[in-house]
Design a protein around this ligand. Sequence first.
Ligand code: GTP
Ligand code: MG
Length: 515
Amino acid sequence: MTGAAGPAGADGSDGSEGDSFDDRPQRIDELASLGERAVGFDDIEAGNDDTFETDEFQTDDEVQTDDDQEGAASHRGAFGEFGGESDAFIERTFRERIVLVGVALPGVSDELLGESLDELELLVDTAGADVVARVLQRRSAPDPSTFVGSGKVEEIRQVAEATDCDTVVFDDELSPAQQRNLEKLLGRTAIDRTAVILDIFGQNAHSQEGKAQVQLAMFRYRLPRLRGKGGSLSQQAGGVGTRRGPGETQLEIDRRRITRQMHRLEAELRQIARTRDTQRKSRTRAGIAHVVIVGYTNAGKSTLLNRLTHAGVLVEDRLFATLDATTRRLQLPGGESVLLTDTVGFVRKLPHQLVEAFRSTLDVTNTADLLVHVVDGAAADPEGNIDAVRSVLSEIAPDGDAAKVRPEMLVFNKSDRGPGAAELAAQFEGSVAISAVTGDGVEDLLLRIGDRLRALLPAVDLFVPYDRGDVIAALHRAGEVITETPTDDGVQISARIAESNAPRFAEFVTSGGAR
Ligand SMILES: Nc1nc2c(ncn2[C@@H]2O[C@H](COP(=O)(O)OP(=O)(O)OP(=O)(O)O)[C@@H](O)[C@H]2O)c(=O)[nH]1
Ligand SMILES: [Mg+2]
């Protein structure tokens, strides 16, 4: 597990914050050199072995392996026979040894697969486990029953045994049946990237809402993977003293219990969302612009919020340190107040269950006046990170429509770590390079936020009589005057006025202005 740098910038001291940050090189860079640990990368065509269980036809006939007779050699497991009772997919009491499996489907370059596995390794490390080997395969399509081909499964089993690993983690989402079949064949827990991310979220959830959201996502993930212990779903007769309906299996009871809990969580989350909505509406009525910080996990979003508002939000060199949105008021150099919100970070292949469960928290991105998209300019693939963030933003936008994503300003962070941030800022128009740690470029960022917010306001036309020189002066202070045309009895003005200031000028408005 990577160490915590602790809250930074909360003391408001200028220029000294750098000392309180973790300066170790970023893990993702170190991990880029781990490619040589990969074993066996070969080309195998997709095959279908129909002796295995499939998702379409759920049966009890699972793959028979030697382990079945020996009584399953898994150290611990997440589902089915290997299923543990706790929420965690990865053990906490010791550092599990993990083998990663990555599959390159057509169109996925070796480089892309390597980066994806580097990131998965970082996720596994954040979850508190160690990667001991990687197994790669190139395929034309996933195998429906085991995701990788049967020869590859055997290779993974051998690697797992040789490395004495506890869990095999697949970089892509496994179907419930694939997962069960793999656990059978490998004799140990098989999980996917989604489970690792859910696991980290589970560790990092602290607020009532965060916990409820993660719980819900975990239930959504587990429900289709529930399995009768021992693989036999014996029909139970109903009777006096049992709450079971006639013929209801233990599995059905478990499913019903989980579904009930999911409904309870959904109701709880709706209630929390309603409260937040009311708060949001009262802010909107106050006309304060809302700036929301979004970005890839570990980009420095919380560091920026702390730097700007001394919010004292937890900053850590680990993924998904922030799950709850924190909002602070911020005064821009132009004098106007805005609200600034720090949000949960995104990652490639962010599990759908999580996006769904975090929908109400993530909804701030849809009501923001401006999204400040923080990018780690020193990351291995900043542009890939930008794409990943934008695709989640589109997914959560109203109707999943990319065109409805709120206006965005790109901010390339960590300029103190090399020329990357500045180079990217030069490439992307309207973007800015900063270091949230040293404060470099932050003043400029604030000026630009003010400019962008004003530019986003619709222009209104006003007519101000000459005897109201005070109004003209106030307009110049409170808004952006675009044109001023003198006429016989007054001045025709086109201006952008923040909503909070609009009522003061309402009687002079001749057209426009509805937001
Ligand atoms: N060198 C350098 N490190 C930075 C800078 N900004 C943030 N960091 C470091 O990057 C790591 C992640 O910072 P956070 O602010 O927690 O990032 P985040 O985007 O909020 O991450 P999550 O909440 O986990 O998604 C921490 O170790 C920070 O100290 C920067 O400008 N320069
Ligand atoms: Mg954060």
